[in-house]
Ligand binder design. Structure first.
Ligand code: SAM
Length: 271
């Protein structure tokens, strides 16, 4: 299938990148194909793409055989995406709207892989939402998301690392999260100030006897004062000091030294 170069699509549709919408486009088709390969074989799979923009990642997903639903809030991009849809008949559905305001499970109606290159604030808000759902395993089968490198490091950080915190525990207590690909800032048009990385997350078994909400309360308290000892940071949480004692966790430790499993054990004791 021969498609016009992305630069030509952008020029023809007047898609000057908007700062307000956090637009940094990827135009390197080889890189886009590599990103689309991260979720594994997509032949016939339903994929939710958020923020397709001029459609670089979208075309890579379509080339990989996916059936794509793309949510884009910049209506300037819609004619370019409609053209792409014509090149892959019946395989691309475009929804104009704000992904933060939509129920993705309802939009998709079947299990789906998520793939997105989003502005940092929108990406993080959606990630927290996807990871915090009551329903587990979730309807999404994997998340393949571009973040600025510093945020990607916070998602995959092991206990003890500087970047380890609430986001790492949230991403790891019932999911596998890994750094899939680092992306140089020069790969984007226009280039952002910082480096980026694609992370890949798949759901894992949910530990028994723990609610997402309770775990969140524990990490919120513990990392809210991350430089303090646990006996100080969690003392406002009823039962938390007793739980540390019962679990044999030294209350003079700091939050960043607790493993994900230890956080889960504390939350279980409080549940
Ligand atoms: N995926 C394209 C690429 O890789 O070249 C575009 C990436 S650009 C960083 C982010 C895209 O997300 C933009 O097209 C922007 O309009 C869109 N976007 C930003 N916030 C959004 C939201 N809340 N809902 C849907 N799309 C959004």
């Amino acid at each position: 299938m021969s498609l016009p170069p992305l630069r030509e699509v952008i020029a023809r549709h007047g898609l000057k990148a908007s700062k307000a919408l956090g637009q940094n486009f990827l135009l390197d088709e080889q890189l886009l194909d590599r990103i689309a390969a991260i979720p594994g074989d997509l032949t016939g799979q339903a994929v939710l793409e958020i923020g397709p923009g001029p459609g670089g990642l979208t075309r890579a997903l379509l080339r990989a055989g996916a059936r794509v639903t793309a949510i884009e809030m910049d209506r300037r991009c819609l004619p370019a995406l409609a053209e792409l849809g014509q090149a892959f008949p019946g395989r691309l559905r475009v929804i104009e709207g704000d992904a933060l305001a939509l129920d993705h499970d309802e939009v998709m109606g079947e299990p789906y892989a998520v793939v997105a290159n989003l502005p940092y604030n929108v990406g993080t808000a959606l990630l927290v939402r996807w990871l915090s759902g009551e329903r587990w395993p979730p309807k999404w089968t994997s998340l393949t998301l571009m973040f600025q490198l510093e945020v990607a490091q916070r998602i995959v950080a092991p206990a003890g690392a500087d970047a380890y915190g609430r986001l790492a525990v949230l991403a790891q207590w019932r999911s596998h999260a890994k750094m899939a690909l680092k992306v140089h800032r020069s790969a984007f048009t226009p280039p952002p100030k910082v480096m980026s990385a694609v992370i890949h997350i798949t759901p894992a078994a949910m530990p028994e006897g723990v609610s997402a909400r309770t775990l969140e309360r524990v990490t919120e308290a513990a990392f809210g004062q991350r430089r303090k000892m646990l006996r100080q940071s969690v003392k406002g949480l009823p039962g938390a000091l007793d739980a540390l004692d019962a679990l044999g966790i030294d209350p003079t430790r700091r939050a960043e030294t607790l493993s994900v499993e230890e956080f889960v054990a504390v939350a279980r004791a409080l549940s």
